[in-house]
Design a protein around this ligand. Structure first.
Ligand code: RIB
Ligand code: CA
Length: 308
């Protein structure tokens, strides 16, 4: 069993990651924290509440975090995730509000109360994580593991150099990679191979309300630049699958440094796999797509049976 805190910016693929985490028998969601990213904080928080309630995780606390990056103006990805942030999915209004307090305090206090027991997963810009580290540097020792969807050892998606989560707040990403822990980085190199193909989406049609009201309408409007022929990559689902089924991915130690001043390269995760470096990251370099979709569809199928 893995207990996780999911820091996210729902966001279509974040929403599918919440559904996976809620549905997988070996994952317990200790909390969801939200950050501005794909859309503004008000929408990422409302979306997290709506998705959690819809997938039966309505008791999981959702705590809002930072509404803007550390230094830069907020830049969103509404053109990719739609006006609401959930593409074409329209979910019932959640039964409850966000928890009181700030995401930074939720992250620090929850990890402090259970050192070594909780995996911190981040699938949005790293603003909340960076400020939590500033408040409490001992987080690097308290986490059981720290996993992000973000960065790339190859090309980006916002531009040639940068992936969105790192590009949105490069200063936060630089703080996080420089904090002294090992960042398990699930970057575009592998997430672009986790595509919801036509065959995958056909199986989602069997998943009742989960498929009809969340998975398929959300994916249908995921206008990611890499959404080749209506088969979008589900980037953030990779981060939670890596917790539930680590063997789906292969990792290589690397030194990852985040560019913060480049006019053309700001947000680039400069990844050095040289054997001589002192690594600060375990970078996913391989994915088994068949095994990935086997565990994802099995999890969604079981969740669909619960939801009806
Ligand atoms: O680059 C992909 C990442 O940026 C995903 O986390 C997606 O949700 C967006 O936040
Ligand atoms: Ca995200």
């Amino acid at each position: 069993m893995a207990t996780i805190i999911l820091d996210c910016d729902p966001g279509i693929d974040d929403a599918l990651a919440i559904a996976f985490a809620a549905g997988h028998p070996e994952i317990e969601l200790a909390g969801i924290t939200t950050v501005a990213g794909n859309v503004g904080l008000d929408k990422t928080t409302a979306n997290a509440l709506a998705v959690a309630s819809f997938v039966g995780a309505g008791a999981v606390p959702v705590t809002a975090g930072c509404a803007a990056p550390l230094l830069r103006p907020a830049r969103d990805a509404g053109r990719v995730h739609g006006e609401s942030g959930l593409g074409g999915a329209v979910l019932p209004k959640p039964a409850r509000e966000a928890a009181d307090g700030h995401a930074i305090d939720f992250i620090v206090d929850t990890l402090a109360a259970a050192p070594g027991e909780i995996t911190l997963v981040a699938t949005g810009p790293l603003t909340n994580i960076a400020l939590a580290l500033r408040r409490e540097p001992r987080l690097v020792r308290w986490v059981r593991d720290f996993v992000i969807m973000g960065g790339s050892a190859g090309r980006g998606n916002v531009n040639h150099a940068a992936e969105f989560n790192m590009w949105a707040d490069p200063e936060a990403a630089s703080v996080v990679f420089g904090a002294g822990w090992t960042v398990r980085m699930i970057g575009l190199d592998v997430t672009l191979r986790a595509r919801a193909t036509a065959a995958v989406q056909e199986q989602m049609r069997e998943f009742g309300a989960l498929g009809a009201e969340l998975l398929l309408p959300a994916l249908a409007q995921y206008a990611d630049a890499h959404n080749v022929a209506g088969e979008p990559p589900v980037h953030d689902v990779c981060a939670v699958v890596s917790v539930a089924t680590p063997a789906v991915f292969t990792y290589t130690p690397a030194l990852v440094q985040v560019e913060t001043t480049g006019r053309l390269t700001s947000g680039m995760t400069v990844t050095d796999f040289s054997p001589s470096v002192i690594p600060n990251a375990a970078v996913a370099t391989e994915i088994d797509p068949d095994r990935f979709w086997e565990v994802v569809l099995r999890t969604y199928g079981a969740l669909a049976a619960d939801i009806g």
